[in-house]
Design a protein. Structure first.
Length: 509
């Protein structure tokens, strides 16, 4: 019993064991920071050993200085140990629990409502992989991507985020088709989307595309002699299709022969040269009258039955060519342009850059209320038709007999009307060339196409995801220095407080 008592009251033994455990905890945390459980257990063990050291001191004091003074000293030691333990616990919780309050002026660490809504819709696993070399040239972008993606992962447990050094793991980079660095990849099953832009809008769009969220289907009619979405030539539509996919649309090629329009949020005819048969036209009209959405990109050469698809909504693509001697591209008045500040007010035309339309036909308003067109919308109790793009007052409508009409000419228009109780929509443009590979990404042509698709399908752009300004106020630390700073806040500062308390107690005992 005496041997056990000597062991229990041996303060030097408990203090040595506590110091050893504390040193091991700091060493493991510094060299192997991923072993969280190990160094935390060692830290807890050190706290317990310090408690035993205090108890041993109290027992010894009872023997040497009496019960009253020992109780006073023990009370001081107990309160000090409790305060230090609370400080250590608070630091541990702050480092391990992902609670964060964003007090930055620009909301730098707050996700937008749209992103939160997207994250709430994801229930199946999505893997996010960042390919960044561990070099100074990529470190800032990598850290910015990691901080932002951590916000995503904290909101949805289905997301896994990891970073790969493509220089150290070239095989994994090649397996995912990464030929360059600085790329973030979003992958779910067979879908894989990558972006080189570090920002919330780019990440949310990539996540939506990979997870297949809110993908509305655009059906483009084929086999009518017009350009095809698989064509890579200047007259093809492959670039337009890619742009629409990046805008979170699903693009489907539908043969006019089969006319399978099930699941189509919008049907588009682009530069058709061949007429529809009676049954084809009937299928398309049935889709329209049931509340469908039509995008008609016509040309002067497009058959009349296709130029008239939106007639029940009040719009048709007319005959002839529109010229604008005042504002046009190059030396060609038959390629009229619409400048940024010259668009009529509309949901499709707002915010567009300069657009142009090679060889465009006029968009005519059908019905009695044509006064003021195209300078103002036409409104009645069943719907509205509004111009999207118009020429200047110098505009001309030319035909086989020369100039047929002078003044402002509508180049594109939109209409919404109730047909048999259903709300149908249409956008009609008197030109299909503006959407081809040669022109779609010039000026605002591509954005006009995307805006039209969004309005027709009811898809909302990610407008509330703002661009964030990042002020460069960075404390540059080596990896070991950063880890030492973290460990000092967890152990060194509380340890100094404990040491100071012990010194005060020693002088007063």
């Amino acid at each position: 019993m005496r041997l056990i008592a000597m062991f229990v009251t041996d303060r030097q033994l408990w203090l040595a064991l506590a110091a050893t455990s504390l040193a091991l905890s700091a060493l493991v945390g510094l060299l192997w920071p991923e072993l969280h459980v190990s160094w935390l257990l060692l830290l807890v063990l050190a706290a317990l050993l310090l408690g035993l050291w205090a108890v041993a001191g109290g027992i010894r004091n009872v023997r040497e200085i009496g019960l009253r003074r020992a109780l006073i000293g023990g009370n001081v030691a107990t309160m000090t140990t409790v305060l230090v333990g609370l400080a250590v616990l608070a630091n541990l919780l702050a480092s391990l629990v992902p609670w964060r309050v964003d007090v930055t002026a620009g909301g730098r660490y707050t996700l937008s409502p749209t992103t939160l809504e997207v994250l709430a819709q994801i229930s199946t696993p999505v893997e996010i992989v960042g390919f960044f070399p561990d070099t100074a040239a990529f470190r800032v972008r990598r850290d910015a991507a990691r901080r932002l993606l951590d916000l995503y992962a904290r909101r949805n447990a289905s997301l896994t985020v990891r970073f790969v050094d493509p220089e150290m793991n070239p095989g994994e980079a090649r397996s995912m088709g990464m030929a360059r660095s600085g790329i973030v990849v979003f992958r779910q099953d067979e879908r894989m989307v990558d972006t080189a832009t570090i920002g919330e809008r780019a990440f949310t769009e990539g996540l939506m595309q990979a997870a297949g969220i809110a993908a509305r289907t655009i059906c483009i009619l084929a086999d009518l002699g017009g350009p095809d979405i698989s064509e890579d030539s200047p007259g093809g539509l492959s670039r337009a299709a890619d742009g629409l996919r990046r805008a979170l649309f699903d693009i489907r090629r539908v043969s006019a022969i089969d006319m399978d329009l099930a699941g189509c949020a919008m049907v588009a005819t682009v530069g058709a040269r061949q007429p529809l048969t009676g049954s084809m036209l009937e299928e398309l009209e049935t889709y329209r009258d049931a509340g469908g959405a039509l995008l008609v990109l016509a040309d002067p050469e497009t058959p009349a039955m296709l130029r008239d698809l939106a007639r029940p909504l009040g719009l048709v693509a007319g005959e002839g060519h529109v010229a604008d001697p005042s504002v046009h591209v190059g030396d060609d008045p038959l390629t009229p342009a619409v400048l940024t500040d010259r668009y009529p007010v509309s949901e499709v035309g707002n915010g567009l850059e300069t657009t142009y339309f090679p060889g465009v036909a006029p968009i005519e308003l059908v019905g009695d209320a044509t006064d003021g067109w195209p300078g103002a919308p036409a409104v009645d109790r069943d719907g509205v038709a509004a111009p999207i793009a118009v020429t200047t007052e110098a505009g001309l409508l030319t035909g086989t007999g020369g100039v047929q009409r002078k003044g402002r000419q509508a180049l594109a228009a939109m209409a919404l009307r109730r047909i048999a109780g259903n709300e149908a929509r249409a956008v009609v443009v008197g030109d299909s060339d503006f959407a081809t590979n040669a022109h779609v990404f010039s000026g605002g042509n591509g954005q006009l196409l995307i805006n039209a698709a969004r309005w027709l399908t009811g898809a909302q752009p990610l407008t509330d995801i703002r661009a964030r300004s990042y002020a460069f106020r960075r404390l540059v630390l080596a990896e070991g220095q950063g880890e030492m700073l973290r460990l000092s806040s967890l152990a060194v500062l509380p340890g100094l407080a404990l040491l100071l308390a012990l010194l005060v107690w020693w002088r007063r005992r």
